[in-house]
Design a protein around this ligand. Sequence first.
Ligand SMILES: [Zn+2]
Ligand SMILES: [Zn+2]
Length: 265
Amino acid sequence: MGLKMEPLVLTPDAPPKGLDSWKARFVRAGNILLDLVLPPRCAGCGKVGSWFCDDCKESIQPVPEPICPICGRPVAEEGLCRFCKISPPKLEAIRSAAVFQGPLRKAIHALKYYRRKEVAEPLGSIMAARIHHPEAIDYLVPIPLHPRREQERGYNQSALLAQALGKEVGIPVVLHGLERVRHTRPQVTLSAEERRKNVEGAFRCSSGELRDKSILLIDDVCTTGATMDAAAEAAWDCGARHVWGLTLARAVWDPDGIPDGSAAR
Ligand SMILES: [Zn+2]
Ligand SMILES: [Zn+2]
């Protein structure tokens, strides 16, 4: 289907090796200082002039059609994917702005692991193209991090994306509609079933604000949809009227297939 696939190594959740060493911290501190004196540099290709350049934006690949109408996973033929036929997710629909690969993948890593917070702005606006009826959505709700991880990172990348997107499409963001009550293992080395178990019950409704509202959950990368699914459960507990999900990127490579991260073990 003309989609160039990357090698089966998925690292949406795994920090690069040795990142928390003193050396990495030193590099980060250096980056922060350099940002004060140097012009912006593209997080996808390194070119000077913007945080995510036009060439990298153009290299972004939409998730190839046809996709499953519920979970948004590419399928070989129109209709529900084999997973949704057996047990559909708790969301009404999940969509993603682009395939998790190339410069976009690099930029997401920069945002998550290298404190390139400013990249959230151009990346968040990429998601806007997937929202056709903003009037139908009351709130954008980012998938929360566990407070401990948020403290380590200094921010929640999904919240930054939601804020950038919200600004673009005029939908308010509820930052603390849900909370993560369980510290979960990074999903990257887990199989689909393990991912589901890993995040089961990880989220809780933490605000009355979502009651009777139509909400769009926002996350950076969707692999099996397990995280979205667990968060959706908490959103329904809040009394939400509609729950949809949108991620910036989707890890895909095989129609009807499921990335299970086995290659990354
Ligand atoms: Zn670039
Ligand atoms: Zn599906």
